[in-house]
Write a protein that binds this ligand. Structure first.
Ligand SMILES: C[S@@+](CC[C@H](N)C(=O)[O-])C[C@H]1O[C@@H](n2cnc3c(N)ncnc32)[C@H](O)[C@@H]1O
Length: 261
């Protein structure tokens, strides 16, 4: 059964179930009148650690996210200014782009798409992130999908030329060894010669400053981040294993990367 609901109404799903939100805008309606079509509900139980990894992204947190997380924390704590990540977008984003783990859509709002009317798809597990980013990017009439990047991504639409996973991996539970599965889930969605790019905050093998150390300790304990086992080397290995060409480097405590299928 297809249900059509205004995007920004609360999703009425039974406790424990996750709607698979599939679609996007209604042709002929104003861009900010975005609708979701729930194609199916799946009642698989979401692992509590996966739930914790996205639970920080409440509406109040998203309201301060750009300034706090991408302004203050990126610059002073993780020592990699947001503009370095924006540069990654400007170099690689295509006019047929999927963003997984969208947050507020900060980079998508600011990056230079190669054409004025890109096909843009937003994918996230958290409906608040989808709503906030969906609203801010309404001018692109984004397709909106609620998905867990740790599960095979059910998707039968046309493929994408680029997929970004910016600051997603450090939110996912597990070790960098196990999180690599995300690249296997993404690959079927990428067109031949397409690119995957992103960033993630590293922990293992890095000497952080005391503020970063304390912040990471707290966020890991609360389950908002799970990056204590995340190392540059293992991420590099996943990229090499999954893609024909890959590049990875550090910016402060972040790893930045891009790869071609
Ligand atoms: C740190 S924010 C990154 C936002 C944005 N990409 C940026 O760099 O500013 C992480 C995002 O990933 C989403 N997320 C967390 N776990 C997820 C999962 N298992 N599957 C899909 N999205 C997830 C969160 O809801 C949040 O929107």
């Amino acid at each position: 059964m297809l249900l059509r609901i205004p995007l920004f109404n609360k999703l009425s799903t039974p406790p424990g179930s996750v709607p698979n939100i599939h679609q996007n805008t209604v042709p002929g309606k104003p861009a900010n009148n975005v609708y979701l079509i729930i194609v199916s509900d799946y009642s698989g139980c979401m692992n509590p650690e996966v739930k914790a990894g996205q639970s920080l992204y409440s509406k109040p947190f998203l309201a301060v996210y750009n300034r706090a997380a991408l302004g203050f924390y990126c610059r002073f704590v993780w020592r990699c200014r947001a503009r370095n990540i924006l540069e990654l977008y400007n170099l690689h984003v295509s006019g047929n782009h999927l963003d997984i783990g969208v947050g507020t859509g900060f980079f998508l709002q600011r990056c230079r798409f190669p054409n004025p009317e890109p096909r843009l798809a937003l994918m996230d597990l958290n409906p608040n992130s989808l709503e906030v980013a969906g609203r801010r990017l309404a001018r692109y009439k984004p397709e909106i999908y609620k998905r867990n990047a740790l599960e095979p991504i059910g998707f039968d639409g046309p493929g994408f030329d680029t997929v970004a996973v910016t600051n997603l991996l450090h939110c996912l539970p597990g070790t960098m060894e196990t999180k690599g599965i995300v690249f296997e889930h993404i690959k079927p969605l990428v067109n031949p010669e397409g690119k995957v790019f992103g960033s993630t905050i590293l922990y293992h093998g890095i000497r952080h400053n005391p503020v970063a150390d304390l912040t990471l300790e707290i966020l890991n304990r609360l389950g908002f981040m799970s990056n204590k086992q995340d190392s540059f080397e293992v991420l590099k290995r996943h990229l090499e294993r999954n893609f024909a060409e890959s590049h990875i480097w550090t910016c402060g405590y972040e790893a930045l990367f891009w790869a071609r299928v």
